[in-house]
Design a protein around this ligand. Structure first.
Ligand SMILES: [Zn+2]
Ligand SMILES: [Zn+2]
Length: 249
């Protein structure tokens, strides 16, 4: 078994709140510089910047990029939805397109939402504001992600807004989660005690990077055979000797 540095919560410039410096090529460069082995691109309610980041990373080698999104349920809970490949991702994008309310973006108010190519040039602009809640409940979202074979990880659960615990107050019985993500400075034991998180649920710490300086600052160690989606899934659910580990703060 080997150790891999993993960060599955990174925003690109396509997120309204993502810095213009978070271009696909810069994300790959910064991830490699910081020794990350696996990252996921998780823009708000869209997966459309993932393909370019994957393409650039594959050309250079040495970094696995998983496609995904940080979807916002109708209860305003942010959830990481991460998929094995781009083909499956297309089905999830269709789902997002169907459930994103049409509110025009105002880049002066909310920020730019631009797709950027390998040369850091803008190739497309998203006209719909991506920072709103989808018109689907967290249960429907979770079911869709799992139906497509993805990972469902409620994001920054210790935060006072847009988190599972801030919005719902508790972990609903029927909700199937693959892990819970805690923030940069959150202590694992303190979160478990505060929110009654049972020991069998894995807590991971990811960066939620919106700016270049955030990238590489926060990660989780995955002990697994090789960097792949299926090994990541096994480590999160502690199967076949795979597991995850957090550095102490
Ligand atoms: Zn969030
Ligand atoms: Zn985020």
């Amino acid at each position: 078994m080997h150790q891999f540095k993993v960060d599955l919560h990174i925003h690109s410039v396509f997120s309204p709140c993502g810095d213009l410096e978070m271009s696909p090529s810069n994300i790959v460069k910064l991830a490699r510089q910081n020794g990350l082995d696996v990252i996921a691109v998780t823009d708000h309610n869209t997966t459309r910047q993932c393909a370019k980041v994957i393409e650039i990373a594959e050309k250079q080698g040495g970094l696995l990029v998983l496609p995904g999104a940080e979807a916002c349920s109708s209860e305003e809970v942010h959830c990481l939805c991460i998929f094995p490949d781009l083909e499956i991702l297309d089905s999830f994008q269709t789902f997002l397109d169907r459930h994103l309310p049409v509110i025009p973006n105002r880049d002066d108010l909310f920020g730019y939402q631009v797709l950027v190519d390998e040369n850091d040039l803008i190739s497309e602009t998203e006209e719909r504001y991506l920072g709103v809640a989808l018109d689907v409940s967290i249960d429907e979202l979770e079911q869709k992600v799992h139906e497509l074979g993805g990972l469902f990880i409620p994001a920054h659960v210790d935060r006072p807004r847009n988190s599972l615990f801030s919005q719902l107050g508790f972990l609903p019985n029927g909700l199937t989660i693959d892990a819970l993500q805690i923030s940069k400075y959150a202590d694992e034991q303190a979160v478990r005690e505060q929110f009654f998180v049972p020991g069998e649920i894995t807590l991971v710490r990811f960066s939620d990077a919106h700016y270049p300086d955030d990238l590489g600052s926060t990660y989780t160690w995955f002990e697994m055979d090789k960097p792949s989606f299926s090994e990541i899934k096994k480590a999160l659910t502690r199967q076949d000797g795979r597991l995850t580990r957090l550095d102490s703060l």
